[in-house]
Design a protein around this ligand. Structure first.
Ligand SMILES: Cc1cc2nc3c(=O)[nH]c(=O)nc-3n(C[C@H](O)[C@H](O)[C@H](O)COP(=O)(O)O)c2cc1C
Length: 348
């Protein structure tokens, strides 16, 4: 049997598949179900400070082609449950779940809230912390979430503050809504983060009802810029992971549009040591993970990989600047052939 266990940020996980932070990691029932189904790790729904969150309703929207989900939008905030409720949740989780728990936290614009939450999570048995510097809606308006993730100096300061106040490893969750994600990852690394998670959702609008001139989702006649997830963002996530892999030595958890085991392998080959899935777990639950693990084992068998390290980053190492590609181009583009790629007749 091939080895799919992984050491990520100095913590050992039985396999690289994590349930990412979101509604499917928002209470003990779901978290215990994910553990029993065979997931390797769980990132809790982001836990917050004293401000009571109430997400807007409706908060979800979908973009489909031939019934297949292409993209998903959410306007969900962090958990609506208060810290004392999470106190109770953590007791249940810690007594039932035997895989490492990664607590996702988000304070406000004041350092002290981040430190308080970090210590709270460490005291309750979290094995790692994920700092949510990535939520693109609601939170940036009060100078947290993606607002922090968009400012390299703030990423450095907040990360350093948390790193120096707890003993457990810190993972920084990055927003893709920046000019150059590798520069932000570098700041997290310089501040002492063991790993980064890339990517959080991409800021977007899921569609417009053209009969009514209504942006979607329709929130009482209005809408807002939400976070896009699902298959549409996988190319953005792959590029982010590859850029970070090539320019830092921080470990990476890849997330964004992982809808089957092959998507997960793509992320690993671009440099991710672990992978996370959220939108797909909202649609399909948790049970498919045994199938993904089986497929991963047989893929490794077929390719002769004895452990995950054998494939981490192998595709990333083939990424080059445009100038280099011009030199290695073999022939002029055959435009008809390229159009056949667009039509789906050739896999490009
Ligand atoms: C409904 C929903 C809620 C989410 N809530 C959080 C959250 O609380 N904290 C966080 O860091 N990311 C949150 N995310 C982002 C996901 O963790 C993930 O980064 C993103 O959805 C891309 O992965 P996916 O395509 O597998 O969903 C949320 C995503 C969705 C769809």
């Amino acid at each position: 049997m091939k080895d799919i266990s992984v050491n990520f940020g100095d913590v050992s996980f039985p396999n690289p598949f994590f349930v990412g932070s979101g509604p499917t990691s928002g209470n003990p029932i779901k978290i215990i179900s994910a553990y029993r189904a065979g997931w390797g790790g769980i990132v809790l729904k982001t836990i917050g400070d004293s401000i009571v969150r109430k997400s807007v309703r409706p908060m979800y929207g979908t973009m489909r082609r031939n019934k297949e989900l292409i993209a998903f939008e959410n306007l969900e905030l962090i958990t609506e449950d208060q810290l004392d409720t999470w106190d109770k949740y953590m007791k249940i989780i810690k007594s039932e779940v035997k895989i490492p728990i990664i607590a996702s936290i988000m304070g406000g614009s004041d350092f002290s809230e981040w430190v308080k939450l970090a210590r709270w999570a460490e005291d309750r048995g979290a094995s790692m912390l994920e700092l949510n510097f990535g939520c693109p809606h609601g939170e940036p308006e009060r100078k947290t979430g993606a607002f922090i993730g968009q400012h390299p100096d703030l990423v450095y300061k907040y990360t350093k503050e948390v790193v120096s106040s707890v003993g457990i490893p810190i993972v920084v969750k990055l927003t893709p809504n920046v000019t150059e994600i590798k520069d932000i990852a570098k700041e997290a690394e310089n501040a002492g983060a063991k790993a980064v998670t890339a990517i959080n959702t991409v800021s977007g609008v899921i569609g417009v009802d053209i009969e009514r001139g209504q942006p979607l989702p329709d929130i009482n006649g209005y809408s807002g810029y939400g976070g896009i997830s699902g298959p549409a963002i996988k190319p953005i996530g792959l590029a982010a992971v590859s850029k970070i892999f090539s320019s830092t030595s921080v470990e990476i958890s890849g997330v964004g549009g992982i809808f089957d085991w092959k998507d997960a392998v793509e992320y690993m080959m671009m440099g991710a040591k672990t992978v996370q899935s959220v939108t797909y777990t909202m649609i399909r639950g948790f049970e498919f993970i045994e199938e993904w693990k089986k497929e991963l084992y047989s893929f490794m068998e077929r390719k002769g990989y004895s452990n995950l390290e054998d494939m981490i980053g192998i595709a990333s190492k083939k990424m080059r600047e445009y100038e280099f590609l011009e030199k290695v181009t073999k022939r002029r583009t055959n435009i008809d052939e390229e159009i056949n790629v667009v039509r789906g007749e050739i896999y490009g």
